[in-house]
Design a protein around this ligand. Structure first.
Ligand code: GRF
Length: 216
């Protein structure tokens, strides 16, 4: 089966992007990367992608007169690259309904919490403030509502005594780097599909296993 063509959207350091690039290096992996796009020209992830021989472009959203103009330029780049699946990887720009609908069920995002808990920014600070014992990360299909949409994979991550937002973020990030390649594999291979706004696995009809990492 032909490998699905993936574009990765970033805004910053690009560590999740790197995890996806590494997964795509395996010939047996059902996806390959055709483009990396950042809305911030200074994003360190752009250089990481270029060093790995990938086409990486910046389109600075501040240079566009409107959100619609930025999104239509973005859409054009993605289509020119032959994109079949978009992966947001630390992409910090909200996309409007028009764009989101065009890429319905072909557009993934990663968020550093166990959604639907802790949508939005500063998740780790809020988790610590609430005294939550288990947090995690989620890969989900993108919908118009921010940090919402059918869940493909999640990892649960313990909150440890003495954690700071930074130490917790680092533990969650390590789990992100494991579940994103796993989730993209499920989607690109066709094993994961959306039915009634939930993700089901083709073979079993069951929800994908929850990943626990580090393993209990
Ligand atoms: C990750 O924690 C991701 O979940 C969130 O932003 C961060 C991006 O990190 N959306 P990186 O750019 O992938 O290193």
């Amino acid at each position: 089966m032909a490998r699905k063509k993936v574009a990765i959207l970033i805004s910053g350091r690009g560590s999740n992007m790197r995890a996806l690039i590494e997964a795509c290096a395996a010939k047996s992996y059902p996806a390959r990367i055709v483009a990396v796009v950042s809305n911030r020209p200074e994003a360190p992830g752009l250089d990481i992608a270029r060093q790995r021989g990938l086409e990486a472009v910046a389109i600075d959203h501040t240079k566009f007169a409107s959100r619609a103009a930025f999104e239509s330029a973005l859409d054009e780049i993605l289509r020119a690259a032959g994109t079949q699946i978009i992966c947001n990887a630390g992409f910090m720009r909200l996309l409007s309904g028009g764009f989101v609908r065009k890429w319905h069920n072909r557009h993934l995002n990663i968020h550093p919490s166990l959604l639907p808990a802790y949508k939005g920014l500063h998740t780790h600070e809020r988790v610590l403030e609430d005294g939550v014992r288990i947090t995690g990360c989620t890969v989900h299909f993108v919908r118009t509502e921010m940090d919402a949409g059918p869940i493909v994979a999640q990892a649960a991550v313990p909150v440890c005594a003495g954690d700071t937002p930074e130490s917790l973020a680092a533990r969650v990030l390590a789990a992100e780097h494991r579940i994103y390649p796993h989730a993209l594999e499920l989607v690109a291979s066709g094993a994961a599909r959306v039915r009634d706004e939930k993700v089901i696995l083709r073979q079993s009809g069951a929800a994908p296993d929850t990943l626990f990492w580090p393993r209990p």
